[in-house]
Design a protein around this ligand. Structure first.
Ligand SMILES: C[S@@+](CC[C@H](N)C(=O)[O-])C[C@H]1O[C@@H](n2cnc3c(N)ncnc32)[C@H](O)[C@@H]1O
Length: 297
């Protein structure tokens, strides 16, 4: 099992964590957000958090689109814009994301995913087929799509929420990249149809939430739908010269759950690696945020 964290990302830092909160820097701006997994104490005193932060999110009552998350408000402490860009640069992989303060504590990027972006970039570069097709499901604001496209893949980016797909398109333009195909649809419905049509892919990227909805109200529930989705995905992934990445950040699923489910759906004859993605604060405290499994075959 691997424990992976973003390395050398100038535009992101987890400054401190504790008391169910995290203090993060995205580019020039420092944000305090709730973090249920930060069960330990803060290292810096509250006064230092207050001094450093530009804004802090406080939870209210309500439900978010990406699961059972409360809606809330951002309380500005220092001047900062509503939207601002950050850059991701790792060797030849470079893209820009527009961040924003959303109603559900998210800002438009999940920084712990950076090791998956690096993996996707090098997996695509390593494929021998000339125009590999990559499908990114539950693709949100598109960092993984940008990584695959930057590596030369023909990318299909799918999400159920039209505004989120618009945001991903904006990130593509900001990054000086083009040619991503945008799909607003229910992930399972789309994959079932691709399987019926025998439309094959060289790469699959899946980051499903615990709960969600397709654009026509199709219900997504991770526990109930994941196995069928993986089985349908297995039908559309090339048997050779291909890769798959599954990320799970919900339901307390362990990396071994992801590992076993993917091996069972896609076959065990592939070199598969699994583990946890974490962020490390400046005092060495490691905050686990998701589990993953991935293979190249
Ligand atoms: C937390 S995000 C995934 C994060 C993303 N992979 C990243 O790292 O930036 C989950 C996404 O799934 C989408 N979603 C939820 N239910 C869906 C469904 N049934 N079909 C397609 N997308 C769905 C949401 O709109 C949301 O953008």
């Amino acid at each position: 099992m691997l424990l992976l964290t973003p390395e050398y990302w100038n535009d992101y830092a987890l400054i401190d964590s504790g008391e169910f909160e995290k203090l993060e820097r995205f580019g020039e701006y420092v944000l305090a957000r709730p973090e249920p997994k930060a069960v330990w104490g803060k290292t810096l005193p509250d006064a230092e958090w207050q001094r450093l932060m530009h804004t802090a999110y406080s939870t209210g009552a309500g439900f978010g689109r990406m699961g059972r998350e409360d809606s809330g408000t951002w309380n500005r402490i220092q001047r900062m814009p509503d939207q601002w860009p950050v850059d991701y640069r790792r060797g030849a992989l470079q893209f820009r994301l527009r961040l924003g303060l959303t109603a559900f504590k998210h800002v438009g990027v999940f920084p712990e995913q950076a090791p998956n972006w690096d993996y996707i970039y090098s997996a695509v570069r390593g494929l021998s087929c000339e125009r590999p097709k990559v499908l990114n499901l539950f693709a949100y604001t598109g960092a993984a799509s940008l990584a695959a496209r930057a590596a030369g893949a023909d990318v299909v980016h799918l999400d159920a929420v039209r505004q989120v797909v618009g945001w991903a398109r904006e990130n593509m333009t900001l990054s000086g990249i083009d040619g991503i195909r945008w799909v607003v649809e229910d992930a399972l419905k789309f994959v079932r149809r691709e399987a019926r049509r025998r439309n094959m892919y060289s790469g699959l990227i899946l980051d499903p939430p615990a709960y969600g909805h397709g654009p026509e109200g199709e219900r997504w529930k991770l526990d109930e739908c994941l196995w069928e989705l993986l089985q349908e995905c297995a039908k559309i992934l090339m048997s050779k010269d291909s890769f798959c990445v599954l990320n799970l950040y919900s339901n307390g699923f362990s990396a071994l759950v992801a590992d076993t489910a993917v091996a069972a759906a896609f076959g065990t004859g592939t070199v598969q690696e699994s583990g946890e993605l974490f962020l490390q604060d400046q005092f060495g405290k490691r905050l686990p945020l998701s589990v993953f499994t991935r293979f190249i075959r």
